[in-house]
Design a binder for this molecule. Structure first.
Ligand SMILES: CC(C)(COP(=O)(O)OP(=O)(O)OC[C@H]1O[C@@H](n2cnc3c(N)ncnc32)[C@H](O)[C@@H]1OP(=O)(O)O)[C@@H](O)C(=O)NCCC(=O)NCCS
Length: 219
């Protein structure tokens, strides 16, 4: 799918999982929950810790859902992960696979804080079927150029086609406004690790006949 901001959207190639983790590390390095959870004051070390954390997370999500990639000149510049209904929580083995990444080289207590943060989010997951959006991140040097909006538009086309409810969490007020543009509304607010978090939902509707329901973007 071509967009008006000169990016091509497609499903993330397996070989792009590492570049995707790199983007997540760079883009999410200063997100308040990550700063609190990892408690690493050096920004470059925190970026690296996040990159390692997101590698197994993305691998799991690749199996439990969909990951859209935004490509500019054939280079990955943004990603948008979505877990399928019924699969928004990682299986126990998948959780175990993340543990080494949060223990190795990180301050004492980081693993516990990451577990507390993810448990606080999981605790608020809607009971009903929903597509769970996240992580969403754009390479910092090309943010605010419409790439995130292009990914969210593709995501919304998919949700509208299925008539599905979507749900997400975010720890930045600016992101709340971003997601509101795509029909998400705040359904709860809570402090997680002492920082404000917003929980947002996008209502479902009637599935639109004739539109794809499972694989919205080309492989
Ligand atoms: C949030 C994010 C995915 C948006 O992608 P993007 O390509 O930058 O967004 P777009 O250019 O399509 O749209 C930008 C709109 O989002 C909002 N927005 C996003 N980030 C913003 C920020 N830091 N400050 C203010 N507004 C912001 C604004 O409404 C903005 O519209 P405007 O540029 O017309 O004012 C991207 O900025 C990002 O990767 N942020 C860091 C990681 C993160 O927080 N991800 C979301 C986790 S829930």
């Amino acid at each position: 799918m071509k967009t008006n901001c000169e990016v091509k959207l497609s499903q993330l190639r397996q070989t792009d999982l590492r570049p995707a983790a790199l983007i997540l590390g760079r883009a999410m390095r200063d997100n308040p929950v990550h700063v609190r959870a990892f408690a690493i004051s050096d920004a470059e070390r925190r970026r690296r810790a996040l990159e390692w954390f997101f590698r197994p997370v993305l691998l799991g999500l690749h199996q439990r859902g969909l990951i859209y990639g935004a490509y500019r000149d054939n280079a990955l510049v943004g990603i948008c992960g979505i877990a399928r209904p019924g699969f928004c929580q990682p299986a126990p083995l998948e959780k175990l696979s993340v543990l080494p990444a949060i223990v190795r080289g990180n301050p004492l207590g980081a693993a516990l804080r990451v577990l507390n943060w993810t448990a606080a989010w999981a605790h608020r997951d809607p009971a009903g079927p929903h597509w769970h959006l996240g992580p969403v991140a754009i390479e910092p040097s090309v943010q605010r150029q419409g790439i995130g909006s292009a990914l969210l538009t593709a995501f919304c086309v998919h949700m509208n086609a299925c008539g599905a409810v979507a749900y997400l969490e975010t720890d930045r007020q600016a992101n709340v406004h971003f997601y509101q543009k795509f029909g998400f509304v705040v359904v709860a607010e809570a402090n997680v690790l002492g920082v404000p978090n917003w929980f947002m939902s996008r209502p479902g509707g009637h599935p639109r006949k004739g539109l794809y329901a499972q694989a919205p973007l080309s492989q």
